[in-house]
Write a new protein. Structure first.
Length: 406
């Protein structure tokens, strides 16, 4: 178990780096091929909106696979689930280089997502196996940096690969990437892994594992809290092109810079949060970051109501989205603190719920009137509900602490 007071050792740095590389599979699989949509659509004789279905298929399948993989990793151990997920992801990626119809593209994306879900759900569980409290929050912060950088870099990498070859090269890259990660995981992460599968009477059924997590009343508000904050960001991403390129009439080059500004603030919030963990708890930082997001959405609402220019709108959006850099790692650490034994199952529930809700609500948000005020209103509702879960957690947690003190 890693001690929060000890300076990072070389093995700790290697562990963090390899976990981050593994976690990058998620954003790479989602964002790497976005620049290739027109080329894929032309080859398969379909529209780009049909290719866009592959994103929805991937997100919802990944949510389902996490529910299965998380519980199985608690039952069978992390190694078979993580390596099995990587192998399935790689094989599906290689198969995607050979597709010639939309149905085959969607089918192999489903298989790819199933493997990817098993990989992603293993990372929080591995962190919880090795750390707790502030140490877990620090490790989540460092690993989470890749989730901030990768979505911004993936489309650029995809464009570069398209200059070297056809869109098939993108899926070939994903398959090779997954296979190359495996020896690093065996060398720095899975060797000496503290988690072992349960034996004998301790081996609970999958249903018992999920029931155990869902019956932990103190942890449940964190699931809704994370889902609402994540959905706020997903709604922005879904409508970001409309906001900056259509409403504010910005060029493609300017859009890239405006969108990237959010990534910069996310990194600042992430690193600042990690530094502050030397003095305050992760739960305190989580509440502060959620409060910061609330201030950002309030400023956004006022700016839109006043019909402010893009330079007034931008810093408000940067605060709203940038706060996620501190919200996500501290929320994961606070939530998984309740589950030293069933961390895989707990991470699966968190991941499945947040991806399902974010995918559904961001999709439904496309049915709203295509106006900036409608988009900000949808984001505001999500932030308001997140605040509700924050207050619920404070009330339930406070009552539990008072009861324990008596």
């Amino acid at each position: 178990m890693i001690n929060a007071s000890e300076p990072p050792s070389p093995s700790y740095k290697a562990l963090t780096f390899v976990l981050a590389l593994t976690l990058a599979i998620g954003p790479l699989a989602l964002d790497l091929y976005l620049p290739a949509f027109p080329a894929i659509a032309a080859d398969l004789n379909v529209g780009t909106d049909d290719i866009g279905l592959s994103v929805s298929f991937y997100v919802f399948t990944m949510a389902l696979s996490q529910l299965i993989g998380g519980a199985l990793s608690d039952r069978l151990g992390r190694k078979p689930i993580l390596t099995g997920g990587l192998i399935l992801f790689a094989l599906a990626s290689f198969a995607l280089t050979q597709v010639s119809t939309l149905n085959s593209l969607l089918g192999f994306r489903v298989l790819q997502a199933f493997g990817g879900g098993w990989v992603l759900v293993s990372i929080p569980a591995l962190v919880r196996d090795r750390t707790s409290g502030k140490a877990a929050a620090r490790l989540f912060s460092m690993v989470g940096l890749i989730m901030i950088i990768a979505p911004a870099m993936a489309p650029t990498l995809g464009s570069f690969l398209l200059q070297l070859g056809s869109w098939h090269l993108l899926f070939l890259f994903l398959g090779v990437y997954a296979l190359l990660i495996m020896p690093l995981l065996f060398r720095f992460v899975l060797q000496g892994n503290p988690h072992r599968p349960a034996e004998g009477h301790d081996r609970a059924s999958l249903w018992q594992q999920y029931r155990s997590v869902l019956s932990t009343r103190l942890a449940l508000p964190f699931i809704g809290w994370q889902s609402c904050c994540f959905t706020t960001m997903m709604i922005f991403i879904t409508h970001s092109s409309f906001i900056y390129q259509q409403h504010f009439d910005q060029t493609e080059e300017a859009f890239a810079l405006l969108f990237g500004a959010n990534i910069v603030i996310m990194m600042v919030c992430n690193l600042t949060s990690r530094w502050l963990l030397n003095w305050v708890s992760s739960r305190f930082l989580l509440r502060c970051a959620t409060g910061l997001q609330g201030m950002g959405i309030l400023a956004l609402s006022i700016t839109v109501w006043q019909e402010g220019p893009v330079m007034a709108f931008l810093p408000c959006m940067m605060i709203t989205i940038g706060a996620m850099g501190a919200i996500t790692p501290n929320l994961q650490a606070s939530y998984l603190e309740f589950f030293p034994k069933n961390s895989g199952t707990a991470a699966a529930i968190m991941g499945a719920v947040q991806f399902s809700i974010a995918g559904l609500l961001s999709g439904l948000s496309t049915m709203l009137p295509q106006t900036l005020s409608a988009v900000i209103a949808a984001m505001s509702i999500c932030v308001a509900v997140a605040w509700g879960f924050m207050l619920l957690e404070y009330r339930i947690g406070g009552a539990a602490r008072r009861s324990a003190s008596h």
